[in-house]
Design a binder for this molecule. Structure first.
Ligand code: SAM
Length: 279
């Protein structure tokens, strides 16, 4: 009965997958797998109270992964919090592109700009034994989550985390080494469009992970400005981009003597990942 009631409340609030989410919430309070939850699942008073708290948060449009504190990305579970962008399935394309390059070219060290929860860099380190990675982020709280995820995936010894802004010219001196591969999923939403995003995003993902400035391209201009100094000759930079940004981002990087190598589309046929090589 409680199961049906949760489904109905979620559904009335316009939540997309009310059945799945009801199972996830009940499973979390009972410490079960969602597939083990049914309409006959019984809850103690204490479990009911916890479920009610979770449900109220979800009805206020907090994303389920932020309520439960973790989200699956690629093959792994990542801790998440209000301080990190919830990993997106579109970003698996960035990971797959980078993974392919690392394997084909046998790279041994990579750099991620804006590592956030670590879903991309840490999955990469988990997949490629012996690969070492540096992750930079402006947010100390995001890096705390990233460090927890690195331990969870047992890759912490191969992962260096730096709390710095890439707009800080000291970054290049702090890192002091060059890479064959740099990648980033930077903030790329046009500032004035943020209020139109769904509440799950605009109210619960950190603004610093979303806001790409007046035309959404600020971070690409910043990264294109200093990336040549972080890359070895012929090194690669791989970028996730927002819908409709491919041509502008190409122009920005080509004007900094990068050569466009490839564009990959996501499952909705949107140009989502660009690959450049330092000329
Ligand atoms: C879109 S999120 C991507 C997070 C993660 N890499 C992912 O793909 O889920 C962008 C990240 O860039 C970080 N960031 C934004 N501006 C930055 C800056 N100037 N310097 C360093 N990191 C920055 C944010 O804190 C955020 O974690």
């Amino acid at each position: 009965m409680i199961y049906e009631s949760v489904i109905e409340q979620l559904s009335r609030r316009g939540i997309d997958s009310p059945r799945l989410e009801a199972r996830m919430l009940i499973a979390a309070v009972k410490n079960l797998e969602p597939s083990q939850v049914s309409r006959d699942t019984e809850l103690s008073n204490q479990e009911l109270q916890r479920l009610e708290q979770y449900l109220q948060r979800r009805l206020a449009h907090e994303p389920i992964d932020k309520i439960l504190g973790q989200k699956e990305f690629y093959k792994y579970q990542f801790f998440v919090s209000s301080n990190v962008l919830s990993p997106r399935c579109d970003t698996e394309l960035l990971l797959e592109t980078v993974l392919d390059l690392v394997r084909k070219k046998c790279f041994s060290r990579v750099l991620e700009l804006g590592v956030g929860s670590g879903c991309v860099l840490l999955s990469l380190l988990k997949e490629v034994e012996h690969l070492e990675g540096v992750g930079v982020d402006i947010s100390p709280k995001a890096l705390e989550i990233c460090a927890k995820n690195a331990e969870r995936l047992a890759v912490e010894k191969r992962c260096q985390l730096l709390c710095q802004s890439w707009t800080n010219t000291d970054l290049i001196h702090t890192i002091s080494q060059k890479f064959d591969l740099v990648f980033s999923n930077p903030p790329y939403i046009v500032s004035a469009d943020i209020h139109q995003l769904e509440p799950e995003v605009k109210n619960f993902d950190p603004l610093v992970a979303l806001d790409g400035g007046k035309d959404g391209l600020d971070c690409y201009r910043q990264i294109a400005g200093f990336a040549p100094e972080l890359l070895n000759d012929c090194g690669y930079i791989v970028l996730e981009i927002g819908k409709g940004q491919a041509q502008d981002v190409r122009t920005i990087f080509e004007s900094q003597s990068f050569r466009h190598i490839n564009t990959f589309k996501d499952l909705s046929e949107i140009e989502r990942v660009l690959v450049f090589q330092k000329a």
